[in-house]
Design a protein around this ligand. Structure first.
Ligand code: NI
Ligand code: MN
Length: 235
């Protein structure tokens, strides 16, 4: 069995592992303007990972978690907030730590971004934004960078966890653009497949996979996926 990765648009991905586990990263589904309607009904989900508290990542987390009741991983303060909203089975963690859920080792890693949670008319401190590296048994090692600027320790993530697949934001304005993401690709030499994300959702998110391809032409064997929301790739 292979591992299947479906892009629901923006930073939201559904990963199906060889063991049949379904992992949802950044559950922005119902209110995600680019998520195809047919994918808005998720079916079973075995694990939810949240990179940070901005609405385009955590937006539908409470509703989905209450309906499907999988374990939910988030940084400690965001996990507390989810708990305060009635989400059960939340696993608060922090950067540098790892845990195993559904047989998958989940490393929480640094991201360079903010993490306020909009709750009604005020902003709640959500801890810090993070990324994840997932070690999928008999499958890839998947790095989801979350929303982030380029930072030097992406190199360390590459060295330590040797991800084989990387989901990198390229949209610009709130995150890296293709220019910075191209450097991240150089710093993740084990990652032979890149899933660009956080682009095209709104007009200001102007980075494109085509531009990232142009800027990484020198990296031998690198596959940059250019997906439409709803597309699936086997990795
Ligand atoms: Ni954000
Ligand atoms: Mn975002």
């Amino acid at each position: 069995m292979a591992t299947k990765i479906t892009w629901l648009g923006h930073a939201t991905f559904l990963i199906e592992t060889p063991a049949g586990k379904r992992v949802l990263i950044d559950p922005w589904v119902k209110n995600n303007p680019v998520c195809p309607d047919k994918l808005k009904k998720l079916g079973s989900v075995d694990l939810i990972l949240i990179t940070h508290g901005h609405g385009d990542h955590i937006g539908d987390a409470v509703e989905i978690a209450k309906e499907l009741r999988p374990p939910v991983v988030a940084i400690y303060e965001t996990a507390l907030w989810l708990g305060s909203k009635g989400v059960e089975n939340v696993s608060g963690a922090n950067k540098g730590g790892s845990q195993v859920i559904s047989g998958i080792r989940i490393h929480m890693v640094h991201a360079d971004h903010s993490c306020g949670i909009q709750d009604g008319d005020h902003i709640v401190y959500g801890g810090e934004a993070v990324g994840y590296v997932l070690e999928i048994p008999d499958g890839p090692r998947v790095y989801h960078a979350g929303d982030t600027a380029l930072f030097g320790d992406i190199r360390l993530i590459g060295e330590l966890y040797r991800p084989t697949v990387a989901m990198l934001p390229i949209g610009d304005l709130y995150t890296m653009s293709p220019r910075e993401a191209a450097i991240a690709c150089q710093w993740l030499p084990s990652a032979s497949q890149i899933f660009p994300m956080h682009w095209g959702t709104f007009p200001p998110l102007i980075g494109t996979p085509t531009r990232l391809r142009e800027l990484t032409r020198e990296i031998p064997g690198l596959l940059i996926h250019d997906l439409k929301p709803g597309d699936t790739r086997t990795v």
